[in-house]
Design a protein around this ligand. Structure first.
Ligand SMILES: Nc1ncnc2c1ncn2[C@@H]1O[C@H](COP(=O)(O)OP(=O)(O)OP(=O)(O)O)[C@@H](O)[C@H]1O
Length: 607
């Protein structure tokens, strides 16, 4: 099988010499008649002569069956068309050169007169693909049956055979209510969780957000976001201490005064939102072994903590909003996502940790932790989600309808925002006085930083310190790393919206996303403060998002700060936040970017 290779018959191509290399197979046609045009027959990539094991997800022995010669050569090459042979098939992926993002399953069917030869090839290729690192063997899959237009189950049925073929075991749970996935994961013992290589959401951003929160609620034990001194929650540490003393939190350590370690088990206190209610039993057999046989862990430190290098999350896009999938794979395609999962692709993802200190100005301070993978937004963004709940019967169209209603109300909210200014990171600021002037000046346009788009193998996310990166940082005026002495900068006034994008948040309405140059794992949030401005300017700003290559942040009433953390205070009674499309009532929050907190089955967008 090495060297010059063994002669096999490749369906639709003819006789080829197949050789096994370190990282894949190579094919050489044995007859000149097998021209390059034939090589690019329907099943193969143009001019493909090599198949990498990293792109192969299964190999199977087939029954004896017909093999076709080259479909477009005039000369008949041996053996003749439709000769019966012993066969085996290699299942792999293919991509088009023009549009590399969608991954398409393809088959290479090989034939040989001798069954034993076919069996030996299958065993050998299987051994090679089993050596491929990082492929999942056991996954927990949550299917949201009502997501999108009820596509969840159908999408899972479409991709499930790919997992079966690749021998990836799946434990499938069809969700019965909002909060089901959260409750299952939050109450799952670490011993049970460790049996899985990852969790997959067959749904939209909302289901993914639930899974994320269920996993992190008790397993991420780092400190709260930093807050400015003026925020004044020194008293909160006392509050947290009371919770610990009451036994609500077992893994808290005495940290600094303000930013104490306090995992979101405090969420138990809040039963108004499905995600925050953990008291309801998930009613699943996987929970039956929950605590009884958990190995004794003296320090009560969770066995599974985040970040870690082994566990991954995946999404089979099926929701009405699939911004996380679009921003991390470049496609909204269940098959592409399934193949990225099966082949074990990996990318770290920043997560926003959002601590709600108060839900309304009159309520007590009770810190509650939530996590968002794509976006946290207030004002317009929160109102659209709240309004859309009234029109659930409309399906996904409710977002357009409520967006229009909220836009026409043109409501602004008085708030104070403080963000950490990190040395060289760029800030494009508006001031309250000149918002009515609309777009930015020519000087701004000339000085604005160069955009570095996050792509597959993004050097900014990898954090490598290459000379190109230093050069790029100099050109862009931005820096990957936070400054050692960041300072708090306050921005007060009336805002139409306040939003923090963790990733670009591409979606079908906004092809470049909310922030085109946001990165998947650079450790930064993009804080967007939209000051009150005349309605037509706001409309102009919003419509810019729908055009590829436009600059929606190029308005004087828009502030854009690349930061690692911010704090928000509003005295508004009905303050609501939109976290990955899910509602959270909160008038005081602190937010921080947690760099690479989780890993995704993805390889970055090929944009
Ligand atoms: N079986 C279920 N019944 C009702 N709601 C569910 C169920 N399973 C999950 N949910 C909740 O539905 C919400 C939306 O889920 P998801 O994002 O997957 O779908 P979607 O179609 O994009 O939804 P939406 O349009 O409401 O954002 C999430 O908050 C999730 O917790």
């Amino acid at each position: 099988m090495q060297g010059d290779g063994e002669a096999l018959f490749l369906d639709c191509v003819g006789e080829v010499a197949v050789a096994v290399g370190d990282d894949g197979l190579s094919f050489q046609p044995l007859h000149q008649e097998v021209s390059s045009s034939c090589w690019s027959s329907i099943r193969l990539q143009p001019k493909l002569d090599r198949l990498k094991f990293s792109d192969v997800y299964a190999v199977e022995l087939l029954d004896v069956g017909p093999m076709c010669g080259p479909w477009n050569t005039r000369t008949v090459v041996q053996p003749k068309r439709n000769t019966e042979m012993n066969r085996f098939v290699i299942h792999a992926i293919t991509r088009s050169r023009k549009r590399p993002s969608p991954w398409v399953p393809c088959e290479y069917i090989f034939g040989h007169k001798d069954l034993k030869t076919c069996k030996t090839w299958v065993e050998h290729i299987n051994a090679c693909i089993n050596k491929e690192q990082d492929r999942p063997k056991n996954l927990m899959v949550f299917v949201h049956p009502l997501c999108g237009k009820g596509r969840g189950c159908k999408n899972w049925e479409t991709v499930a055979p790919l997992f079966e073929r690749a021998k990836v075991h799946t434990k499938v749970i069809v969700t019965e209510r909002a909060g089901h996935a959260y409750a299952t994961l939050a109450s799952l013992s670490d011993k049970e969780l460790k049996k899985f290589d990852g969790v997959i959401a067959v749904g939209g951003d909302g289901l993914f957000n639930e899974i994320l929160n269920g996993l992190l609620s008790t397993r991420y034990t780092d400190s709260y976001p930093p807050t400015p001194e003026e925020f004044g929650y020194l008293r909160s540490s006392k509050k947290c201490q009371e919770h610990i003393n009451n036994g609500l939190n077992s893994s808290m350590s005495a940290g600094d005064d303000v930013n104490v370690i306090f995992p979101s088990s405090s969420n138990i206190l809040d039963d108004h939102e499905p995600l925050l209610s953990t008291t309801q039993s998930a009613g699943l057999d996987i929970l039956s072994s929950n605590t009884s046989d958990e190995p004794c862990n003296g320090d009560q430190v969770p066995l599974v903590s985040f970040p870690n290098s082994w566990f991954r999350l995946g999404i089979i896009p099926s929701g009405s909003t699939d911004a996380i999938v679009l921003s991390t794979t470049g496609e909204r395609d269940p098959v592409t996502s399934a193949l990225l999962i099966i082949l074990g692709r990996r990318i770290p993802l920043d997560i926003a940790q959002v601590v709600r200190w108060k839900s309304t100005p009159s309520t007590e301070v009770v810190p509650t932790v939530r996590y968002a993978a794509s976006f946290a937004g207030y004002g317009f963004y929160g109102e659209v989600i709240r309004e859309s709940e009234k029109y659930r019967w409309m399906g996904p169209a409710r977002y357009d309808f409520s967006g229009t209603m909220v836009f026409l109300k043109h409501r602004s909210y008085e708030a104070k925002v403080a963000f950490l200014e990190n040395g060289n990171t760029h800030s494009l600021s508006a001031s309250a006085e000149n918002v009515a002037n609309g777009v930015q000046t020519l000087e701004y346009l000339q000085n604005r930083p160069h955009k570095t788009i996050c792509r597959t193998n993004c050097f900014i996310c990898k954090g490598t310190s290459t000379s190109e990166q230093i050069l790029e940082d100099n050109i862009s005026g931005s820096s990957r790393t936070a400054s050692e002495n960041p300072k708090w900068v306050w921005s007060n006034g009336h805002f139409l919206s306040v939003g923090a994008a963790v990733i670009s948040c591409r979606n079908e309405r906004a092809p470049d996303g909310l922030v085109a140059d946001a990165h998947l794992s650079d450790g930064f949030l993009h804080l967007l403060l939209i000051r009150d401005c005349p309605l037509p300017y706001y409309l102009w700003h919003l419509t810019q998002f729908t055009k590829k290559g436009s600059d929606p942040l190029n308005f004087k009433f828009v502030e854009h700060h690349k930061t690692t953390a911010f704090t928000f205070i509003s005295s508004h009674d009905e303050s609501v936040w939109n976290l990955d499309g899910e509602l959270l009532q909160a008038c005081e929050v602190s937010v921080q970017a947690c760099r690479g907190l989780v890993n995704l089955f993805a390889s970055g967008p090929e944009v």
